[in-house]
Design a protein around this ligand. Structure first.
Ligand code: PBG
Length: 329
């Protein structure tokens, strides 16, 4: 007896494979993270993120135009704040002329159609490297949410299209939504980092922004009291559902690759767009292995991006966006 059904028929040539392929990644899927620094004519490579850069506003302008020309349509902004401007309350985050606020305007001027999302959390502004205000060894929840709401309004005033709270305080989506409504920003969206795990994959990002928690007495050494325990699954659904109920337009799972089970589960559970953040450590791992000649960079990159999309991502925040466009040719 021969097999009647031969699945290999659908794999027998590239043309049939193209015809039946279930998942494709396109430039429309990407959200491009960008790191901004003070200064002029600065484009410095981040040591643990080969070929990824911190840039001053003049280079941010050039980069924005280049990304748009390449077919990319959305950026996610982060700033590296000088030490002398950091404090426990992240006061500088509210400066209407702060680096983030100027970065938003720079992108808007360079390319009015480019969608601008901004990171909302205190860590780059915090002298302790935490996403919230520290008091007596704790990260204060409600006080932090109030600052995040003011920060969101400030980003909206500067021209941000979406604010993206990445802090994991309870109730902050509602606090932010109400503040945006009160100030007349009913069209400013919220992409919530809703299932964000306490992950060691964020290491290179904290190098990039000099934002790691500091090692001093009475300051928590890690972010485990607010970011999620990576052993948990049900909690991710609860967090995500609550953020939607509080007004999140888009939800996110972070990191990516090691959490694709969570992505699929959330995708099956909710009806808002789901973003996935392929984080700095994931980028660093592939760059390092490729540099050693141990993995083929482009093939592994594509496999990973397809896997993220296949798991259910509608949006992929990724440092590989430009590399992906390059292989499209
Ligand atoms: C800040 C923030 C972090 C990342 C995005 N926003 C770091 C952290 O939570 O410590 C990580 C992104 C990456 O690793 O690429 N709240």
């Amino acid at each position: 007896m021969f097999p009647l059904i031969r699945n290999r028929r659908l794999r027998s040539s590239e043309s049939i494979r193209r015809l039946v392929r279930e998942t494709i990644v396109t430039p429309d899927d990407f959200l491009v993270p960008l790191f901004v620094v003070e200064g002029k004519d600065i484009k410095e490579e981040i040591p643990s993120m080969p070929n990824y850069f911190r840039m001053s506003l003049d280079n941010l302008e050039k980069e924005t135009k280049e990304l748009w020309q390449m077919g990319l349509c959305a950026v996610l902004l982060f700033v590296k704040v000088p030490d002398n401007l950091k404090d426990n309350k992240g006061t500088e985050a509210l400066n209407p002329d702060g680096l983030m606020q100027r970065a938003i305007k720079t992108v808007k001027n360079a390319c009015p159609e480019m969608l601008i999302m901004t990171d909302v959390a205190l860590d780059p502004y915090s002298s302790y490297g935490h996403d919230g205000i520290v008091a007596e060894g704790q990260i204060l929840n409600d006080e932090t949410s109030e600052v995040l709401a003011e920060m969101s309004v400030s980003h909206a005033q500067a021209g941000a299209d979406f604010v993206t709270p990445s802090d994991m305080m309870d109730g902050r989506i509602l606090t932010i939504r109400e503040a945006l409504e009160d100030e007349g920003f009913q069209n400013t969206g919220i992409m919530s980092y809703s299932a964000k795990y306490a992950s060691a994959f964020y290491g290179p990002f904290r190098d990039a922004l000099d934002s790691a928690p500091v090692d001093i007495a009475n300051v928590p050494k890690d972010k485990k009291t607010y970011q999620m325990d990576f052993a948990n699954r049900f909690e991710a659904i609860r967090e995500t559902q609550m953020d939607i109920d509080e007004g999140a337009d888009v939800v996110m799972v972070k990191p990516g690759l090691a959490y694709l089970d969570i992505v699929r589960e959330i995708k099956n559970e909710v009806d808002v767009p789901v973003a996935v953040y392929q984080v700095s450590g994931e980028y660093a791992m592939l760059k390092a292995a490729a540099e050693k000649g141990w993995l083929d960079h482009d093939s592994v990159m594509l496999e990973q991006l397809i896997a993220i999309k296949r798991a259910g991502a509608n949006i992929i925040a990724s440092y590989f966006a430009k590399d992906f466009i390059r292989i499209l040719g």
